[in-house]
Ligand binder design. Sequence first.
Ligand SMILES: [Fe+2]
Length: 108
Amino acid sequence: MVEDLKAVVLVSRYIAHDSVLFYENASGVPFTAAYIQAKGDTIADLYEENIATEEKARATYQWLIDMTDDCDLQDSLKFLREREIIHSLRFCETVEILKNGRGKKKVF
Ligand SMILES: [Fe+2]
């Protein structure tokens, strides 16, 4: 296993954390709860925390696609990129539904 980690340049991670899960971003910054944000306004939160995140993921997949000439890997990344586009579109649709319902009395 150590040889496998060395092969993928994860030696420093192994030295610091053995083989446990240790959440960090692509730059090596550990995950914290500060990443979870909420304004308290559903529409604002959907734009800031959901749609923006999906679009950033889409852009990242596109950059990864641009970095490889492996067709199989590109196909997988394209699938993931399309998935992020669909997620973003669904959140945008949700925003429109919420905007249309603003100010209307809700009866349950
Ligand atoms: Fe997504």
